[in-house]
Design a protein around this ligand. Structure first.
Ligand code: URA
Length: 238
């Protein structure tokens, strides 16, 4: 493993900051200062220190939650409770992957694995996310058709959903199931606005092929990397 990755995997600094630490001469491998961020470290054999304190690799953890409304997807917040406060008995660092608005419920992944967050779930990877949205007023077939073809959002973009359908759920013709790949903030609400609606309730039901079915609001499960990966790419429920 490269030294910069090793250091970020120990939880003391993100990858960029790890490079700064290396270049400042505060990192030693087997007692010798190493100034090269790409120096190869053998995690089994080598001893890496930061200011002469030995570093240990942090275990990677993955939680999948049914986020309740009222919680903010952040590590800290001045005004509202944060989603991290719902995870009990885990003291290590953790961050939510991708944001759900404070009033949005549903599937949320929390992890300490920055490279998973970036390489697997970054918006550039175009993993579809499926939401159920309660609209302020009923939607008709023509409006569904128009929305499917694409809408102009209030922030000046033309966007099309991956799929859109009216759900068989009360109140009639007000719940839609919408799938998107964009990682834009408030994307579903902005699309709904562009289509002439506002969203009164929003629930994220799917990330890739992983579907929220069993967790009640506020509950979460801990998964291994391969369990999570399999659920997202091959299909599975939580
Ligand atoms: N789109 C939104 O508008 N809000 C969310 O929380 C997620 C997607």
């Amino acid at each position: 493993m490269r030294l910069n990755k090793y250091i970020s995997s120990c939880g003391i600094a993100a990858r960029r900051k790890a490079e700064t630490l290396i270049l400042s001469g505060r990192i030693k491998v087997n007692g010798k200062i190493v100034l090269a961020p790409f120096f190869e470290v053998d995690a089994q054999k080598d001893t890496v220190t930061f200011d002469d304190r030995q570093l240990e690799l942090e275990e990677r953890v993955y939680f999948v939650m049914n986020k309740p409304a009222g919680y903010v997807c952040a590590v800290t917040d001045k005004y509202d409770p944060v989603v991290l406060s719902l995870i009990k008995g885990y003291e290590g660092k953790l961050f939510p992957v991708g944001r759900l608005d404070r009033d949005t419920e549903g599937l949320l992944i929390l992890t300490n694995d920055g490279s998973f967050a970036f390489n697997v779930l970054h918006p550039s990877k175009r993993i579809p996310k499926e939401y159920e949205a309660l609209l302020n007023i009923p939607i008709n077939a023509r409006q569904v058709e128009n929305w499917r073809k694409g809408v102009d959002t209030p922030d000046g973009r033309f966007v099309t959903p991956l799929s859109l359908e009216v759900m068989d759920k009360e109140p009639a013709n007000r719940w839609v199931r919408i799938s998107i790949v964009s990682g834009h903030k408030h994307e579903v609400k902005l699309m709904a606005n562009g289509a002439g609606f506002s969203v009164e309730k929003l629930i994220r039901r799917k990330i890739g092929k992983m579907t929220l079915e069993n967790l009640s609001v506020g509950e979460y499960v801990s998964l291994s990397f391969s369990e999570l990966y399999t659920k997202i790419f091959d299909g599975g429920t939580v």
